[in-house]
Design a protein around this ligand. Structure first.
Ligand SMILES: [Zn+2]
Length: 426
């Protein structure tokens, strides 16, 4: 098994290109970059000048990070311009994210040209895990706007010597399957639900792929297995969010979790309630600090994702850490009947049923009982059999809840992260 290409890349970035990467060297680099970032934020960002007031001024070791306050999604929503460390003239790309918070305002993230270059550099090395020069790569992510994820990915693939085919998100699975054949595609990058829709639409396998990369949403084993079996390929998972500069980490050949951009981002896992740092192996909230960003650095940003570092060494042999596949968000677990449920639970149960192409889930309150409403799109005509299978799975998963299953002709594929929509009045 080859070592993750992130290791030599990070060794180069920290000035240790000619010696094996050690945690001690990496952490010394991270501490130095952390100090520079805190200094920059204190001097240039009105928000951080205030937020870091009274915090330790000079860290002597990385663990000192835990004495610094967190940055939250609401901080970015409330006054994003106050976080900037450069004038707006130096901002090349602004990303506005849909609101899911309490304030109603939307998150805005600002990136300089250099910040975007860091993302392209990571995409280039990350894609080299699963792509070679000469490969034809179909990008099923938004890519028309300069600086968008698909656009930066295409630039990165060009540097690798691969050919990028920018398509955009899947809306017509049949047309995309046709494109895969016509364009002799080797590698596909897309959203898990979109790739599953393609796989389930694919009646017979007509073209093998070399690899597939899942991006932007969590992926369950049922989707991964279906995609791998359909195209006889290796499927890899990527972890990232706009706040990280799109890219955060990517799986190696071992595919048991992500190796992270540890020269650009410093990751921590903290206790959900107390915010205290947790040791490797323990589950908590994923928190990161940017180490190399200039436009809008983020210090101890709480992602809302739940995760853990897998203890021990990855089979690929790297000294980089491995973040277990993230499978849920703190606010993604909703009480239902006598139990709780996440969209990941539903993905595991429903996508394991071979005919299910897509579904949406919502909760209503009826006759003093919770009712889970599932709209399900099928790849076959087996509505009665599938409905029975779904009812059996759901009965095993939660009690004290009614179930309403509607078989529908189509559910639009979106770029939004899938959630259980809670329509119960409280
Ligand atoms: Zn590895």
């Amino acid at each position: 098994m080859k070592c993750t290409p992130l290791e030599p890349w990070i060794a180069r970035k920290i000035g240790r290109a000619n010696s094996p990467l050690t945690r001690a060297d990496l952490e010394a680099y991270q501490l130095q970059k952390l100090r520079v970032t805190i200094d920059l934020a204190r001097k240039k960002s009105p928000f951080y000048r205030q937020r870091l007031d009274g915090a330790p001024s000079d860290l002597s070791r990385l663990a000192g990070l835990t004495h610094l306050p967190f940055t939250t999604a609401d901080d970015i929503r409330n006054e994003p311009l106050q976080l900037l460390c450069v004038s707006q003239d130096h901002i090349q790309r602004v990303v506005t994210l849909d609101s899911s918070g309490t304030t109603g305002s939307r998150k805005r993230l600002y990136f300089t040209q250099d910040d975007q270059e860091l993302t392209i550099d990571f995409f280039c090395v990350g894609m080299s895990t699963l792509t070679n020069a000469g490969d034809r790569v179909l990008i099923l992510l938004p890519g028309q706007t300069p600086g968008s994820v698909g656009d930066l990915l295409a630039i990165a693939l060009g540097r690798l010597g691969a050919t990028a085919i920018k398509h955009g998100p899947v809306s017509d699975p049949v047309a995309v399957l046709d494109l895969i054949c016509r364009e002799n595609v080797d590698v596909v990058v897309g959203v898990p639900a979109h790739l599953l829709a393609l796989a389930r639409q694919q009646v017979q396998s007509v073209r093998k792929l070399k690899s597939v990369l899942f991006a932007t949403d969590y992926v369950c084993d049922a989707i991964r297995d279906t995609v791998q079996n359909t195209w006889q390929c290796m499927a890899f998972d990527h972890y990232g969010m706009t706040e990280m500069g799109l890219g955060g980490g990517v799986e190696c050949d071992a595919r048991r979790g992500y190796h992270l951009r540890e020269a650009d981002l410093l990751f921590e896992i903290v206790d959900l309630a107390s915010g205290a740092a947790l040791p490797d192996g323990a589950y908590g909230e994923v928190v990161f600090t940017t180490l190399t960003r200039h436009g809008m650095p983020l210090i101890r940003y709480r992602t809302g994702d739940i995760g853990r570092f897998i203890p021990g060494v990855c089979p690929c042999g790297t000294s980089l850490k491995t973040l277990e596949r993230v499978a849920g968000r703190i606010n993604g677990r909703v009480p239902v009947g006598n139990d709780t449920l996440t969209i990941a639970d539903l993905d595991r149960a429903l996508f394991a049923i071979g005919d299910v192409m897509n579904f949406s889930a919502s909760l209503i309150r009826e006759n003093q009982r919770d009712c889970l409403c599932l709209e399900v799109q099928l790849a076959s005509e087996n509505a009665a059999t599938v409905s029975r299978s779904i009812a059996q799975s759901m009965a095993a998963m939660c009690s004290g809840v009614d179930l309403r299953i509607s078989i529908v002709n189509s559910i639009p594929l979106t770029m939004a992260k899938r959630v259980i929509v809670d329509r119960r009045s409280r």
